[in-house]
Structure formats: C-alpha cells, structure tokens
Design a protein around this ligand. Structure first.
Ligand SMILES: Nc1ncnc2c1ncn2[C@@H]1O[C@H](COP(=O)(O)OP(=O)(O)OP(=O)(O)O)[C@@H](O)[C@H]1O
Ligand SMILES: [Mg+2]
Length: 368
C-alpha cells in the first residue's frame, strides 16, 4: 500500500511516523524500557512537551549554534537547507530538532520512518509532494530497506528519481525531476548506516547526553507547561536521576506530579520528589529496575563477564537492540560496565552499586 504523505500542521503529525499498530517492530525493534515508555502513548507525551522553536531548546549549544548558521544562510540565499543527519541515543532530541527546523524555516514538513518505507513506491508520494525547500523527516533511517536506500541516492544528490518501466527488451528508465528539498534523517544507530547514505548528508550532528543543570532547566520549564509548582531542589533531584536524557526527565516529572497529586498536595518538594522516585524504583544514580537487572544478570549469571550482548539479552528475555540503545550507553558512561573485545564486563563500581561483594567474582576468570 502506498502511504499518503502527511503534511505537518495536522493535529498529530507524529502519528504518521510508523510507530502505529500497522508496523510492529521486527525482532530488534523497540519494546522500550520502563523509563522510556513506548509506542503511540509516548509519542503523544513527547509531543506535548516538545520545544517548538530553537530558542526553547535547552542544551546542545554547539549543535544549536551550527544549526542556526545553516538556517540563516539558507534563509538569506532562499535555498533549501542541506540534508541533515541527526544521531544519538533515544530521547535526546532528534525528533525535536527535526520538527523545530521546518518551523524556523517556515516550510512544510513531511514525516515518515525507515521501517514503513518497504519499497521505493512507498517513498514516491512523499517525493512528488515535496515543495521547494520543504523538509522530509525520515525517522529510524537505519531501518530503510536496501532497495529504498538505493532509490534515495539520486533523490538526495540531484533531486531526480529513476523509475524502471517494463521488463526485458522493453525495459526503460524514466527520470523525473523533483523540486529541491531537504532530507532530515534520524537514527540511534549511525554505525548501521551505509557509507554512501551517510555521505549524502552534508550536515551531520550527534546529540549527546545532557548535564544535570540542563535537565533541571528542562524540568522547571516543563513543570510550568504542566501548571505544576516544583521547588528548585526537587527539579535538580529529578534531573540527577534522569540519566542525561530529557525524555526520562519528562517522564519522571510526570510521575512525580501524579504521585504528589495523589498522595499529598501542593508544590513538589525535594522530599516528595525523593519519595516518588523511590516508589518508582529509580535509584540515586538514575538506574531503573531494568538497568539493575542487566547488571545483576551479568554479575550473577555470567560471573561478571565477559559476556556477549546477545547472551545477556536472551537471559533477560529482551531484544539485544534495546540493551544496546537504552541500557548500556548509560552504564558505560557511568563506569558501571565495560565493553571489551570479548564481551561486556561489570566493573567494581557496578558491583558496589548493586551491593554485591567485589571479591566474590574471581578476577582470573574475568581477565581478557
Ligand atoms: N534540547 C531539548 N530541550 C528541551 N526538551 C527536550 C530537548 N530534547 C528533548 N527534549 C524533550 O524530550 C522529549 C523526547 O525528545 P525527542 O522525541 O526529540 O527524542 P528522540 O531523540 O527523537 O528520541 P527517539 O530516538 O526515541 O526517537 C521531547 O518531547 C522533549 O520534550
Ligand atoms: Mg524521535
């Protein structure tokens, strides 16, 4: 089926991003962790608190400045923006940037995603619909099938599509000219993109984790949007436990607000925030049940490692992708986990955090 292109500006543009019921994620898909939420519901929540303009975007200063420069230049020259690839772990703002840019440019934006474009014909309506200077946002671009990827090369390079007609002796290719527009691709896995596809993006930005101060700022702003009073200490406490990720900060803010509305009254104080987060089983470092289960599985079932991510994923009955995208980056960054050529290894800090005796794991067995 050819999906009709969707022009942003309707009530819920993100409903068309392919996370709907008709595209169940294949094996490696996104059964998201408890803090990330998942599916349509998370999309709706994200949308509610999403910054609308570049000025509302917190943090990522260097990225914002570079985007401002290419925006200004494109506006002055009245040309489309160069194609832009955004990569980084989930919940750091890829969709946010992708939806802010067309607003800054004052152009239309169509939204689709890698897994829903199963054949070149699925992409065609988006291409013919793209007006001069408009934006086509392709989420999860690393999941674009090969045939579609090859089809998109001449599109991105020359704004041209090559359509094969007929077969055998009668086969011929017709070329169709398109209006110049901008592709914005988003991926949590830039390593999975082929070099030719990556090279067609003249602008590439990597989003990194946020500082606690930036997250506290996001919590304060969003509490205001949700008409909720929160103390500065409480904002900072939520920020500290948000693993550098705005989406988690938003989800923890919502949970804390629900907790306070249900169990207490008035402002979210530091004490109430701590109580709410303890009830959610989010610990001082921001680890949730799934993160602790990961470290425990590695420590107990695999004697601390090294163990392959597939084996750990099997033991936990989760997709390896989920572990690699949503669990490991934070544990690695905090020195609770190591990646060695032979597999994952829990560190001493990781064992201590779990309250497991460090000496119990035989270091000889773990050396690599
Ligand atoms: N720089 C930011 N400033 C303020 N809020 C932000 C920022 N980045 C993200 N957020 C908040 O976090 C939520 C999630 O961000 P977003 O949907 O852009 O993440 P993503 O990188 O697209 O994640 P995924 O890989 O799961 O698609 C947004 O709804 C927004 O409220
Ligand atoms: Mg997104």
């Amino acid at each position: 089926m050819v999906r009709q292109p969707v022009i942003q500006g309707g009530e819920d543009p993100l409903r068309s991003d392919g996370k709907g019921a008709e595209t169940p994620p294949p094996g490696g898909g996104l059964p998201r962790g408890p803090l990330f939420g998942g599916g349509d519901d998370q999309d709706r929540l994200d949308e509610e608190l999403r910054p609308q303009r570049l000025d509302d975007v917190v943090g990522q200063r260097a990225v914002v400045e570079r985007l401002r420069i290419i925006l200004n230049a494109a506006r002055k020259r009245k040309e489309p923006l160069g194609h832009l690839l955004l990569d980084g772990p989930p919940g750091l703002g890829k969709t946010t940037f992708a939806t802010v840019l067309p607003k800054e440019m004052g152009t239309e934006c169509q939204i689709t995603s890698g897994p829903v474009l199963s054949a070149p014909k699925d992409l065609l309506p988006y291409l013919t619909n793209a007006s001069y200077g408009s934006i086509l946002f392709i989420d999860e671009i690393h999941r674009l099938p090969k045939a579609v990827e090859e089809f998109i090369y001449p599109v991105m390079e020359d704004f041209r599509v090559d359509i094969a007609l007929g077969e055998g002796l009668n086969a011929r290719t017709i070329n169709m000219k398109l209006k110049p527009f901008t592709v914005i691709g988003a991926t949590t896995r830039s390593g999975m993109l082929t070099a030719p596809l990556r090279d067609r993006f003249v602008n590439r930005e990597h989003l990194d984790f946020y500082t606690d101060d930036e997250l506290a700022d996001i919590v304060r702003r969003n509490a205001r949007k949700l008409h909720t009073k929160i103390s500065d200490e409480a904002s900072r406490e939520i920020a500290r436990r948000s693993r550098g990720t705005p989406r988690i900060a938003n989800n923890l803010l919502r949970w804390t607000r629900d907790f306070v509305d249900s169990e207490a009254q008035g402002e979210i104080t530091d004490a109430l925030a701590r109580e709410a987060l303890a009830r959610r089983e989010v610990d001082e470092l921001g680890l949730d049940r799934q993160d602790r289960r990961y470290l425990q599985t590695l420590a107990r079932t695999f004697n601390g490692g090294p163990a392959g991510v597939q084996a750990i994923a099997h033991s936990m009955n989760l997709a390896a992708d989920t572990l690699e995208d949503e669990v490991e980056p934070f544990l690695l960054r905090n020195g609770l986990l190591l990646r060695s050529p032979r597999g994952r290894v829990v560190t001493e800090a990781g064992l201590r955090h779990l309250g497991l005796p460090v000496g119990e794991i035989d270091p000889q067995k773990r050396l690599f």
